[in-house]
Write a protein that binds this ligand. Structure first.
Ligand code: BJ8
Length: 425
């Protein structure tokens, strides 16, 4: 697809072409510095490079073609939005841009200064007309997770067609009942949007599809226990990020191919860093594209990241949806059961997250944990303290960092990370 064709498509989507060109230029440079500079990458990383190079191009063209053929597009910001239902309604679900500072000035007209950068980012992308995914959406689904997001959706809803799912904050049986009823309400909204009734057959097929993608990501996660580490944390994070954008069937096939290559690499005792390189588990807030600052700083400080305990990582892939129930009601029960296992810091209490982090550190043979909190994120800032205590009890060194999408603190962060890595040697 030519540059001119891309531009014509973006104009049709009413993007701010000049600002969007600027964004792509910065993104391209950032990607080159952080990704293409890596040594010993897997051949399968070519897929990642291609998807990223065409993230606003060919993938958007596919989505536009699908829309022209009558499909609807649903955007989401949270792993609580059940893609099984979206796909069963014959719609496409995409994760929306929220990992860069864009349209910050515009965002501040709708948000308080103390909103986290993730929230400012999705509002900024919309108001500055920079995200072709947001502009492609027929419906955006929000959720009542943290206070920042749920209040931001009130303002955001004045600019997009919005459906907000209520996500409970506790995990008692009454909370599961509430979430189950929210699944029904979302199902009704999808049926109204698409004009398609969600049948048991369609939901079973969609569940198999989403589970297959989760299984491929679980396979990748498990292979990272090898020493030497067969894939960089940056590339593994990118795999997880792309899982929210790319076609699920193509993505699953490509990631399984990547895993085949990793198995061969591991058998040959090869990796991206020498055996014995300090291994770190990254835990905390989700890192949406192109939030690669911290992984880059860690991996340029002599360590390798071996796992992501986040929604752009294992929190999103740990649990499968039970494929055995028959009939819509039983399938909705299975969905409620699966989604209510998510250990987001918005829940209280949320002790299972501490257990998960300790288990991941052990399985992945991590020498330490870095807890990442996005500045102004209350839920994860509170849990950072608990994670620190739990890791101390488990004998796993832990460093807690709080940062945002800016580069101003990069030097200071690197000094802290280097000092931490030094203690692990
Ligand atoms: S399930 S982690 S994707 S809510 S960083 S906006 S929490 S103030 S993103 Fe999340 Fe769903 Fe939970 Fe996962 Fe608020 Fe914190 Fe900002 Fe956050």
């Amino acid at each position: 697809m030519s540059d001119a064709a891309h531009k014509a498509m973006w104009e049709k989507l009413d993007l701010d072409i000049e600002a969007h060109d600027g964004l792509l230029a910065v993104l391209g440079k950032f990607y080159g510095d952080i990704y293409l500079s890596q040594e010993g990458r897997l051949k399968g990383a070519e897929y990642l490079d291609f998807v990223l190079s065409e993230v606003h191009g060919l993938r958007i063209r596919e989505i536009q073609d699908a829309k022209a053929a009558g499909k609807k597009v649903v955007g989401a910001f949270c792993v609580f939005v059940p893609e099984e239902l979206t796909l069963a309604a014959g719609a496409i679900q995409v994760g929306l841009c929220a990992g860069a500072r864009a349209g910050a000035q515009q965002a501040e007209t709708l948000l308080p200064r103390g909103a986290c950068d993730l929230i400012k980012s999705f509002v900024g992308f919309k108001l500055a007309r920079l995200c072709p995914y947001t502009e492609s959406c027929d419906l955006v689904v929000g959720e009542t997770t943290c206070d920042g997001k749920k209040k931001a959706y009130e303002a955001f809803g004045e600019h997009v067609n919005m459906h907000v799912m209520e996500v409970p904050q506790c995990k008692a049986p009454c909370d599961r009942t509430l979430f189950r009823s929210e699944l029904v309400r979302y199902k009704d909204a999808l049926e109204a949007l698409t004009g398609n009734a969600i049948t048991a057959g369609a939901l079973a097929e969609a569940t198999r599809l989403v589970n297959a993608r989760r299984r491929a990501l679980q396979r990748l996660a498990a292979l990272r226990a090898a020493d030497p580490a067969p894939i960089s944390g940056r590339d593994a994070l990118l795999v997880n990020q792309i899982s929210f954008y790319d076609d699920p069937v193509r993505f699953t096939a490509k990631i399984n191919e990547l895993c085949d290559e990793i198995e061969a690499r591991t058998a040959a005792k090869e990796g991206v860093a020498p055996a014995g390189t300090p291994r770190l588990l990254l835990a905390g807030c989700p890192m949406a594209v192109p939030n690669w600052k911290l992984p880059y700083l860690i991996e340029s400080s002599g360590a390798v990241i071996v796992g992501e305990e986040s929604c752009i990582g294992e929190r999103n892939t740990r649990d499968l949806t039970d494929e055995t129930p028959a009939g819509i009601d039983a399938m909705l029960d299975a969905l409620a059961d699966r989604y209510m296992k998510i250990d987001c810091a918005c829940f209280t209490p949320n002790t299972e997250r501490l257990t998960h982090i300790a288990a991941m550190a052990q399985t992945l043979r991590a020498d330490g944990v870095i807890h990442y909190g996005l500045l102004f994120c209350q839920p994860y800032a509170h849990e950072a303290l608990k994670v620190g205590k739990a890791m101390a009890a488990a004998g796993v060194p832990c460093l807690s960092v709080e940062t945002d999408y800016g580069m101003e603190d990069a030097g200071q962060l690197k000094t802290r990370v280097e000092a931490f890595v030094e203690t692990l040697r």
